[in-house]
Design a protein around this ligand. Structure first.
Ligand SMILES: C[S@@+](CC[C@H](N)C(=O)[O-])C[C@H]1O[C@@H](n2cnc3c(N)ncnc32)[C@H](O)[C@@H]1O
Length: 199
């Protein structure tokens, strides 16, 4: 891919910033809504649970999670992009005001969450941007024993064989790892990984 196009895509979607990032955020909010909804479904959230949304982008998944864990639950979103944090905060303002949701600087590799403090960690369309061994290890650290991990990603942006994700999750200590491919019209399938921290 030509360098200029790669930079433009990174500014819009990978590390959203500036005007391209705002346009990219709006495209993601519309275009990835179904995938965010599917990830929330896979997570099987219940009221009262604490959810960590990694790389939330414009915040669609966070808003869906906030509804799913209400009443009594809490949603923490971490994203390294100040622009995405601002867009997510705009979208989720009512839950921020009620104290049920917070948006923080962070990444998969460094969530700034305490050990064993999270019931469910969810990542949609950003696992290809992680240092994956570090990211899976960090999510294993913050999940409580019994906690669930859901990672979904467009097949066309994933830079490895999907089974590699399972190997990397297992190397970080995850168990009960399941991999699924969800077919979609007009776009590549979604790769879905669900796993559990047991101990
Ligand atoms: C393609 S967007 C996906 C956003 C949203 N989840 C969606 O599917 O529409 C990728 C997001 O991951 C964030 N990101 C970049 N590097 C990351 C990392 N190492 N860990 C977590 N998120 C990261 C970006 O800032 C961006 O918001």
């Amino acid at each position: 891919m030509p360098t200029l196009l790669r930079r433009a895509l990174d500014a819009a979607f990978g590390h959203p910033r500036g005007v391209a990032g705002r346009v990219g955020g709006s495209i993601m909010a519309f275009g990835n809504r179904d995938q965010e909804r599917a990830a929330i479904g896979l997570a099987a959230l219940s009221s009262g649970e604490v959810v960590l949304i990694v790389g939330h982008g414009p915040g669609v998944g966070m808003a869906l999670a906030a509804v799913s864990v209400s009443p009594g639950g809490h949603v923490i979103g971490v994203d390294p992009s100040p622009l995405m944090r601002a867009m997510a905060a705009e979208r989720c303002v009512r839950w921020i005001r009620s104290g049920d949701l917070e948006v923080r600087p962070g990444s998969a590799e460094n969530t700034n969450c305490a050990n064993e403090s999270i019931d469910v960690a969810i990542s949609v369309n950003n696992v290809m941007l992680w240092d994956r061994p570090a990211g899976f290890t960090e999510l294993h650290r913050v999940l409580r024993p019994g906690g669930r991990l859901v990672v979904t990603v467009h097949r066309h942006v994933l830079d490895c064989e999907p089974t590699r994700l399972c190997e990397q999750a297992a190397a970080a200590g995850f168990l009960d790892i399941r991999l699924n491919t969800r077919d979609r019209r007009a776009i590549s399938p979604a790769i879905e990984l669900v796993a559990r921290r047991i101990q």
